[in-house]
Write a protein that binds this ligand. Structure first.
Ligand code: PLP
Length: 403
C-alpha cells in the first residue's frame, strides 16, 4: 500500500509565502489577549518604529492592517486619489497588471506604459509622460519594484530621478511586496510616498499582515486631497485617518491579528540580528548561485538582461515544447519541492525558484537539485548535477555575509 505520509519537510521555493524561521513560529504560538488592555501598547508601539529599518526610512509612517498585500495596494490608492485622477503605471508582468486593473476598477484614469515581460519600468518614458503633463493632472506614478511573475527588478532610484528631472509633483507608489525586507529599499532617499509590503515574503511571516509605509507628503494629500475631482475614492476600513492612534497610542481601530504582531516582533528581531546589509548581500549571493545553475542547465531567465535580474525570484524559461507546469507538479509529487508556477502570459513557459526570506546555501541547493531532477525526469536534456555543481562552486567562493 502506498504510504500516505510524506517524510521530511516540504521544500518551499515559491516566491512567497516563504519559510518561517522556527523561532518566529514559536513567537506566534500565543493565547488571545485583550487588545484594549493597558499593557497592549508595549507590544504594538515599538513595531511601528522598528519596521522602519526595513523600509530605509526615518520620515515615513508605518501602517499595519490585517490584510494581504492586495489590500495595501487599495489602501494606498484610495486614501490619496479621487475618481478620474490620472495615474501613470508601468505594466510588465502579472502583478503590475493586477495593480493597473485595480486602479482602473476603482475609477482612476490609468496611463498604462506597457513594457515587454522580462523588462521593467522605463524611467525615461515615465519622465516623458510627466514632462508632457504641464498642468499636473497626473497625481501618481505606480511601479512594482520586483515583478514576482517574471523575476524582474525595476530601478526605483532612476524613476525618482526622472520624476525630479521633470519637476513633477506626482506621488510615487511602489509595490515592494516581493522586495521589501530582501532587496535594498530606500524609502527616504527615493522619496517613495507609499511603499506596499506583505508579511509573507521578506518578513518571513504567514500571509495576513499588510504593511504600508507612507511619506509625510502622502499623509498630507490624504488629509486634504490633491485638488483633483474632490470625488475621493471610498475607503473606510483602510482609512489612514483612523490609524494615528495605533501608531502613537498602540491601539488599533480594529481587532488586531495578535499572533502576527508577535511574529512581526520576532521577525524584526531576527532581521536586526542579521543586519539589513547582510540580508541584502545574502539574497544577492543566493540569487547569483541560482542564475549560475540556470546557465549550467543551458537555460535562460525570463529577465531579458542582467540589469533586470531579481535577487528574490528567478523565472526560468523552459524550451519550446516543454510544459513548465508538468515540471512543477512532478517536483511537488515526487520530491516534495514547491516551485513557483508561470502566471498568465508565461503560464507553462516558466517555472520560478523563489530565493527570498529565511534560507541558506544548503536549502537553496536542495531546491536546485530538485528542479534539476524534475527537469530530467520530464525529459529535458539537462546534465545531471550541472546546476548543483555550478551553484555550489559559486557558493563556496562567495560567503553569504561580507566579512
Ligand atoms: N504584488 C506582488 C509583486 C506580489 O508578488 C504579490 C503576491 O505575490 C502581490 C502584489 C499580491 O499580494 P497578496 O497576494 O499578498 O495580496
Amino acid at each position: 500500500m502506498a504510504a500516505t505520509r510524506r517524510p521530511g519537510r516540504n521544500h518551499l521555493f515559491i516566491p512567497g509565502p516563504t519559510t518561517i524561521p522556527d523561532r518566529v513560529i514559536r513567537a506566534m504560538s500565543v493565547q488571545s489577549e485583550d487588545h484594549r488592555s493597558p499593557s497592549f501598547p508595549e507590544l504594538a508601539k515599538p513595531l511601528f518604529q522598528d519596521a522602519k529599518m526595513v523600509y530605509g526610512t526615518t520620515d515615513g509612517t508605518i501602517l499595519l492592517y490585517p490584510s494581504s498585500g492586495t489590500g495595501i495596494w487599495e489602501s494606498a490608492l484610495t486614501n490619496t486619489l479621487c475618481r478620474g485622477d490620472k495615474v501613470v503605471a508601468a505594466r510588465f508582468g502579472q502583478f503590475s497588471h493586477l495593480w493597473v486593473d485595480m486602479a482602473q476598477r476603482l475609477g482612476l484614469d490609468v496611463i498604462v506604459q506597457d513594457e515587454e515581460w522580462g523588462t521593467g519600468a522605463d524611467p525615461e518614458k515615465i519622465g516623458e509622460a510627466l514632462r508632457a503633463d504641464k498642468d499636473h493632472a497626473i497625481k501618481a506614478v505606480m511601479v512594482v519594484h520586483n515583478e514576482t511573475a517574471t523575476g524582474v527588478t525595476s530601478d526605483i532610484g532612476a524613476v525618482r530621478k526622472a520624476m525630479d528631472a521633470a519637476g513633477h509633483p506626482a506621488l510615487l507608489f511602489v509595490d515592494g511586496i516581493s522586495s521589501i525586507g530582501s532587496l535594498p529599499f530606500k524609502m527616504d532617499e527615493w522619496k517613495v510616498d507609499c511603499a506596499v509590503a506583505g508579511s509573507q515574503k521578506g518578513f518571513m511571516l504567514p500571509a495576513g499582515l499588510g504593511l504600508l509605509c507612507v511619506s509625510q507628503k502622502a499623509l498630507k494629500v490624504a488629509e486634504g486631497g490633491q485638488g483633483g475631482s474632490n470625488d475621493r475614492l471610498g475607503h473606510v476600513y483602510f482609512a489612514w485617518a483612523d490609524q494615528p492612534n495605533a501608531n502613537k497610542g498602540g491601539y488599533f481601530p480594529y481587532t488586531p491579528a495578535l499572533p502576527l504582531l508577535y511574529g512581526l516582533k520576532e521577525a524584526l528581531t531576527v532581521m536586526k540580528e542579521e543586519g539589513m546589509e547582510n540580508i541584502y548581500h545574502r539574497h544577492h549571493v543566493l540569487a547569483e548561485a541560482t542564475r549560475q545553475a540556470v546557465a549550467a542547465w543551458g537555460l535562460k531567465p525570463c529577465a531579458k538582461e542582467p540589469k533586470w535580474n531579481s535577487d528574490t525570484v528567478t523565472a526560468i524559461v523552459v524550451p519550446e515544447g516543454v510544459d513548465a507546469a508538468k515540471i512543477i507538479s512532478h517536483a511537488y509529487e515526487r520530491y516534495n519541492l514547491s516551485l513557483g508556477a508561470g502566471l498568465s502570459k508565461v503560464a507553462g513557459k516558466v517555472f520560478r525558484i523563489g530565493h527570498l526570506g529565511d534560507l541558506n546555501e544548503l536549502s537553496l541547493l536542495g531546491a536546485i537539485a530538485g528542479a534539476e531532477m524534475a527537469m530530467i525526469d520530464c525529459g529535458m536534456k539537462v546534465t545531471p548535477g550541472s546546476g548543483v555543481a555550478a551553484a555550489s562552486s559559486y557558493l563556496r567562493e562567495n560567503p553569504l555575509h561580507k566579512a
